[in-house]
Design a protein around this ligand. Structure first.
Ligand SMILES: Cc1cc2nc3c(=O)[nH]c(=O)nc-3n(C[C@H](O)[C@H](O)[C@H](O)COP(=O)(O)OP(=O)(O)OC[C@H]3O[C@@H](n4cnc5c(N)ncnc54)[C@H](O)[C@@H]3O)c2cc1C
Length: 429
């Protein structure tokens, strides 16, 4: 058994872990970043990423959940939408990330897609106009995407970006490496070594067998599903409870006109119902509508008849669900939806249908695919498993830095908040 020693171990190389590793390496700290996935290269931007990078899991209740298991975590296959942290994080939890959010936006160049970039998307513009007729403002989204490198006719964000236009956590990992951080890939952390109430390192299973890394500090950034599994294997009570996933319903219909042909998914959305009704709505682009994994996994095959394909269009709704699920130590997931969640789904789905009808959808052609989530969190919540400094109550020098610490769903895609949280934490440890 090999034994390595370092200052800080960061487990998980998604936006949370990569940011932390980079910030600490820039400060000259000795960091080892441990990632269970591979550094996939060939499958990025190809359909094969659906089988190599993007792992789907199913809850006991049947909901589908998507995770990127690769260097860079889910950021390799995310849509690249950027949302500011929820206001309650500062007002209720006492973590004000405004400085770190501003820093991240300027560093990565986060901004809304420019009008020029979007103007060729005629089917999307039809949805925008239909929504406007209903007094719903679908607006261009703030993205982790550099429009100068991006091809507006490509909708491959969720397969991974081949052009380097979409920011992924791999950019921060490269910087961390350039400043001395070590990155161990294909290394699955099994548990944290806790002695006398202090974290002392991790036990992991790497390509060469079992290993142990000793460190002054251990930070878990293995995501809302990965982190609680490690905590539970380490004997930390309360981990895994309070799980949310921000599930979405995908509403598809056949319209009168040509649907989105090479147009970007989630390029336009409306946040106006997030605070009042708990859901947001956004457009679907060409990939999702032309037989990609979502269509298959959502059992929409019945709609995929060749003559209808060109006229298909879709809108999704994503809800901020109640933190009522649970991750178990063996990786099984419970995710029941509360009556409040069902009501949010109902209202969000109705809004999607209204927009589609206004845009010319055939009312007999609606298909709704339910409960697909990609924003896991809540499973090591502040106030329950960790303190406001993100240190575990169960062990000193053991920290959690990812969406697991959010006591409830931010209600919007969380990557910008997670990056800002890691920058915040890097100042403290
Ligand atoms: C299809 C899809 C689209 C999305 N779109 C958006 C979007 O537009 N905007 C947005 O803000 N968010 C989006 N998200 C969500 C976003 O990608 C995640 O919230 C974010 O990546 C979470 O960051 P993280 O660092 O906490 O965890 P992750 O990105 O999940 O990274 C965790 C890493 O830890 C590794 N790991 C897990 N367990 C272990 C272990 N035991 N040992 C070692 N390594 C381990 C995993 O392999 C993974 O690489 C999307 C997600 C998906 C799946």
């Amino acid at each position: 058994m090999a034994r390595i020693e370092t200052d800080v171990i960061v487990v998980g190389s998604g936006p949370g872990g990569a940011t932390l590793a980079r910030e600490l390496a820039l400060k000259g700290r000795e960091v080892i970043l441990v990632e269970r996935g591979r550094w996939h290269k060939w499958s990025v931007g190809r359909l094969s990423s659906l089988f190599t990078i993007n792992k789907m899991v199913r809850s006991k209740e049947g909901g589908l959940m998507s995770r990127g298991i690769t260097v860079g975590g889910s950021s390799v296959v995310y849509n690249g939408n950027a949302y500011d942290p929820p206001t309650w994080l500062a007002s209720e939890v006492g973590i004000d990330l405004s400085e770190e959010v501003a820093e991240t936006k300027s560093e990565i160049g986060i901004r809304p897609l420019p009008e020029d970039f979007c103007k060729g998307w005629s089917a999307t513009q039809r949805l925008v106009e239909a929504a406007a007729d209903l007094d719903i403002a679908l607006t261009p989204q703030q993205k982790f995407i550099n429009p100068e490198k991006c091809d507006p006719r490509c909708d491959d964000c969720m397969l991974g970006c081949r052009r380097g236009a979409k920011w992924t956590a791999r950019e921060y990992i490269e910087e961390a490496k350039a400043h001395g951080a070590r990155v161990l890939t294909r290394a699955m952390v099994e548990r944290v070594i806790i002695e006398d109430g202090h974290a002392k390192g991790v036990k992991l299973r790497g390509p060469d067998g079992a290993d142990e890394i000793r460190a002054e500090k251990v930070v878990l950034s293995a995501g809302g599903i990965g982190t609680p599994i490690i905590l539970l294997h380490s004997g930390v009570e309360g981990a895994g409870e309070g799980f949310f996933i921000d599930p979405m319903n995908v509403v598809v219909a056949v319209g009168k006109y040509r649907g989105p042909d090479h147009e970007m998914t989630f390029s336009y959305a409306s946040e106006e119902f997030v605070e009042s009704e708990g859901y947001l709505v956004g457009n679907l682009g060409s990939r999702v509508l032309s037989g990609n994994k979502l269509m298959h996994l959502l059992s929409l095959r019945g709609l995929l008849r060749p003559h209808q394909l060109p006229r298909m269009m879709g809108v999704f709704t994503k809800i901020g669900d109640t933190p009522g699920g649970r991750i178990h130590a063996d990786g099984t997931i419970e995710k029941p939806y509360s009556p409040e969640d069902q009501e949010k789904f109902r209202k969000g789905t109705e809004t999607c249908k209204k927009i589609l009808l206004k845009a010319g959808a055939d009312p007999d052609s609606f298909t709704v695919a339910h409960n697909i989530g990609g924003h896991p969190g809540g499973t090591a919540a502040i106030g329950k498993v960790v303190g406001k400094d993100l240190q575990a109550y169960a062990a000193k020098n053991l920290y959690v830095c990812d969406a697991s610490v959010f006591p409830r769903s931010p209600g919007r895609p969380p990557t910008l908040t997670i990056i800002a949280l890691s920058k915040h934490m890097a100042k403290e440890i």
